[in-house]
Design a protein around this ligand. Structure first.
Ligand code: GLV
Ligand code: MN
Ligand code: MN
Length: 421
């Protein structure tokens, strides 16, 4: 790496101002953001992102999953780009940082390179992946999953939200079905800055997490069927209460995860009871389960325990149920060169750092299958995320962006050197 590149520095105040500026789009009263995928607010932040990238001289490509690629030319534009990707969509009660600092650190990197007149060998691209959160359209990481060939586009288009609106129709409605066929976009490498979304970095007073991989995740959808009946006149012994059976199943999910703690986690995050009337015994429920663990073999053990427990509970509660595993995202190990580039960048910047495995899902987990990939974590207050109170220190966010810049430049140099070899 040249001396010029090692001296480049991002502008912390400009990055922070940009984060706060875009936080207006979908701002909530409690200081967070509600910007669900493919809503009008998502369209608004997309338009903002495109304009901001065009202002630094980027050209924009959009694929037919709505993913936006903002490209800064390099010295050799026949080479695939080094990419920086994350997401601008949020949870219903999301914070200002999850995903957003990944995309906006990429924008800050573009601005820094422009100001310095610095030319990379590879083109650089900043990517806004569509529907990372999976809150409105399950599963998470949907567009990066299609990009990596894990899901088909047709399957993704047919995913419906809880109101029955489909991903394909909503993508069309907001005007973001791009002309490029998804996946036809080779990447030389992919980096992502993200808040940790857990407590480890803060507890250890460490600024940079060098992310070596992402734990495995499985999502399930469950329907339980009993019988609607009168809450006053149906004796306790004659009830087929779907919600009571569901409560027992939720307890079982918790017990299974606890049996494999501390690495395992299990959550029921969404539940609907029908008819949802106070004097009707609930005849049907729909709920979701997710399990996560860094070891896929352990996830299989947890899944078997779930099926056994739910069968037992259904029989004991005189109800029927159907469980469908709708998503299985195996544990991922990131690329050694990219991990090294991040670690060296942290050392170069004089920042405390440690290796870490991500507990949360990220687009990088799928992109790792099609391009050398790694991530950079920065601390967030008390590890709180997927919460409007999510908070991160400006200095930590700036440190993440600085490490990103140096890691991208180091990767550009490494890959260029290999081309010449
Ligand atoms: C993505 O936000 C996840 O669920 O980890
Ligand atoms: Mn995220
Ligand atoms: Mn998230």
């Amino acid at each position: 790496m040249s001396l010029a590149s090692t001296n480049l520095a991002i502008d912390p105040a400009r990055l922070w101002d940009t984060i706060m500026d875009t936080a207006r789009i979908g701002a909530t009263a409690k200081g967070g953001i509600k910007r669900l995928t493919l809503t009008d607010l998502d369209a608004e932040v997309r338009r903002w992102f495109i304009a901001a990238c065009e202002a630094v001289g980027c050209t924009i490509t959009i694929d037919d999953m709505g993913t936006i690629f903002a490209r800064r030319s390099g010295r050799d534009n026949s080479l695939p780009p080094i990419a920086i990707g994350s997401h601008l969509d949020t949870q219903p009660t999301g914070g200002k940082y999850d995903g957003i600092i990944g995309v906006l650190s990429g924008l800050e990197l573009l601005r820094t390179l422009r100001d310095a007149g610095y030319e990379t060998t590879h083109p650089i691209e900043v990517i806004n992946w569509t529907n990372e959160e999976g809150s409105r359209f399950a599963p998470a990481m949907l567009a990066s999953g299609v990009f990596a060939g894990v899901f088909t586009k047709e399957w993704a288009y047919a995913r419906a939200d809880r109101d029955g609106l489909t991903f394909g129709n909503e993508l069309t409605r907001i005007g973001f079905v791009g002309p490029e066929p998804v996946g036809q976009h080779p990447l030389a490498a992919h980096f992502e800055v993200h808040i940790e979304q857990g407590p480890i970095l803060e507890a250890q007073d460490t600024v940079i997490g060098v992310v070596t991989g992402v734990q495995g995740m499985r999502w399930y959808e469950v329907t339980v069927t009993g019988t609607d009946s009168h809450a006053g006149s149906t004796p306790m012994t004659l009830r087929r209460d779907a919600l009571l059976a569901t409560a027992r199943m939720i307890e079982a999910v918790n017990t299974i995860a606890l049996a494999h703690a501390p690495l395992a986690v299990g959550t029921v995050g969404l539940i609907e009871a029908r008819p949802n009337s106070r004097n009707v015994i609930p005849g049907e429920t729909f709920f979701t389960v997710e399990f996560r663990h860094p070891d896929d073999a352990l996830l299989a053990v947890m899944e078997a325990a779930l099926y056994t427990a739910f069968d037992r509970i259904s029989v004991a509660s005189d109800v029927e149920h159907v469980v469908t595993c709708i998503w299985n995202s195996p544990a991922v190990h990131f690329d050694e060169d990219c991990i090294k580039a991040v670690r060296s960048a942290a050392v170069h910047a004089g920042l405390s750092h440690r290796d870490i495995v991500s507990g949360a899902g990220h687009d990088s987990a799928y992109i790792a299958a099609v391009a050398p990939t790694s991530m950079i974590f920065v601390p967030c207050l008390k590890g709180i995320s997927h919460n409007e109170l999510e908070s991160a220190e400006p200095a930590h966010v700036a440190a993440g962006a600085q490490v990103l810049l140096q890691a991208v430049l180091a990767m550009d140099a490494l890959l260029t050197e290999r081309l010449g070899a």
